[in-house]
Design a protein around this ligand. Structure first.
Ligand SMILES: [Zn+2]
Ligand SMILES: [Zn+2]
Length: 256
């Protein structure tokens, strides 16, 4: 067969193949899914839980350690972190969902979170109201969605299959100010200052006492800390983070 004939057949077959198998696995290239089951199973889940502030002390469920709890500006009670942002597939997946290259990837991220949560049946999920980290309305208008809301909705579906019915309220907080991108800040102090007074509690709702805030990436914890500070100022008692992936932060002054 002449090369040009093969190309012609290829052009016809390729769209049909793409219609049946719209994706090739981003890891192994197998046709079918964005991420095939074999490659999904290889994604790492964090085994030990560390204090979200110092990332040194092992604590139960990722609660805050005694030393960090003595620092008044630390407002989170803990953060359960599922995996590592440095993992190339996790990083790609989070970015593909966030920047709308593959919105349905939210389901994979929810499965990663679910694997982490499932290994802690003692975590009192039912006592908490879940909320997503808000994005500014201008950003929402451009993107058309908040990626953590999508992941939270998928997580709720997965938990419901195991008869765990979690409460979600994505209207607890509003994002007030446009701050500079946190990635542009160089130290922990700068990050905390940059995000200060960015969130406000929605006055139209009754604030729950126990809240879990879902975020996709945690670097120093400044965003979740500011959310916890804002919620506690308005009467919340316990604020936990639920985080897909932790990124290692090395500040300009060498702080981690
Ligand atoms: Zn694969
Ligand atoms: Zn600590």
């Amino acid at each position: 067969m002449k090369y040009c004939q093969m190309l012609k057949i290829g052009r016809i077959i390729s769209p049909i193949k793409k219609f049946i198998f719209p994706f090739d696995c981003i890891v192994c290239g197998k046709a079918g899914d964005y991420l095939c089951e074999s490659c999904f199973k290889l994604l790492p889940i964090r085994e030990s839980d560390l204090c979200p502030y110092c990332e040194k002390e092992k604590t139960s469920l990722g609660g805050i350690c005694q030393k960090c709890a003595r620092i008044k500006s630390n407002c989170l009670d803990g953060a359960l972190v599922a995996t590592y942002y440095d993992h190339p597939v996790i990083k790609e997946l989070i970015k593909d969902v966030k920047f709308n290259r593959f919105k349905n990837g939210a389901e994979y991220l929810a499965r990663v979170l679910y694997q982490k949560i499932a290994s802690y049946p003692e975590f009192p999920l039912k006592n908490f109201v879940f909320t997503s980290t808000p994005i500014h309305s201008k950003k929402f208008d451009i993107r058309g969605f908040n990626q953590t809301e999508l992941v939270l909705a998928e997580l709720q579906k997965l938990l419901l299959k195991k008869n765990i019915n979690i409460k979600i309220n994505n209207n607890l907080l509003l994002k007030k100010n446009f701050h500079n991108a946190q990635s542009k800040t160089k130290t922990l102090f700068e990050r905390r200052e940059n995000i200060k007074n960015t969130f406000i509690v929605n006055e139209k709702i009754t604030l729950p006492k126990n809240i879990i805030v879902l975020d996709d990436v945690m670097t120093t914890g400044s965003t979740l800390n500011e959310i916890a500070r804002t919620l506690k100022k308005k009467g919340a008692d316990n604020v936990w983070g639920l985080v897909i992936a932790r990124e290692v932060f090395i500040g300009a002054d060498g702080e981690i």
